[in-house]
Design a protein around this ligand. Sequence first.
Ligand SMILES: O=C(O)C(=O)[C@@H](O)CO
Ligand SMILES: [Mg+2]
Length: 251
Amino acid sequence: MPRFAANLTMLFTEIPMEERFAAAAGAGFAGVEILFPYDIPAATLSRKAVAAGLEIVLINTPPPNWAGGPRGFAAVPGLEERFRYDFDRALRFARSLRSRHIHVMAGTTGDAAARAIFIRNLAWAAKRAPHASLTIEVINPTDKPGYFLADFELAAEIIAELGAPNLGLQFDAYHAQAITGDAIGAWREYAPIIRHIQIAGYPGRHEPTGGEIDYPAFFAALDASGYRGWVSAEYNPEHLTENGLDWLPGG
Ligand SMILES: O=C(O)C(=O)[C@@H](O)CO
Ligand SMILES: [Mg+2]
């Protein structure tokens, strides 16, 4: 079975962030991701993770405004200076948390220069942090209208064009199912560039059970492929988090 992580921004929200680490470990997760950890001192989060015996797997670059604002802006023209400043902030957090990956969010833009800006910012970031693992994620346009990176082919092209050894694809099966109608097929197609996986049921973005994606088959295919990365549960629990963990081996 793959190694499973809990996305603490979406799971265990019944309790404060600081308490979610112990809850995740108790439920059987071996790692966690936190989308935007910037409101809590990194030392506090790190202490909680270590105490619970959990690895921190992923954080996102900071959003300009989490409370309903756009998420990320690496492809948005005019914000290049801000991108560099905020990327350094993400890097400091990632180092303190020993986070395995940093997801560089493209942001929402339809500007003709977006592709070039995204590539320039990613190239800068990849050089700036040669020892960090950076990811980009394809997000479905129904959930996030106008998000620049809404196409797997585009993501693959960008990763190939940059050729940076520390940049890869964050594959979210929920978004893949929404975009392609065949999440497992999309995973097979892009497996060579995938370095992190997220899961949720489709449709609905709840527990990865039922729905259109055959998760037992996906996990078996991941095992057969020799995938060594993490699989993060990034969904909105339908009821209490703990009551919906039947899908988690040992959960
Ligand atoms: O929306 C998703 O899916 C993500 O993985 C997040 O990183 C975006 O906030
Ligand atoms: Mg995701």
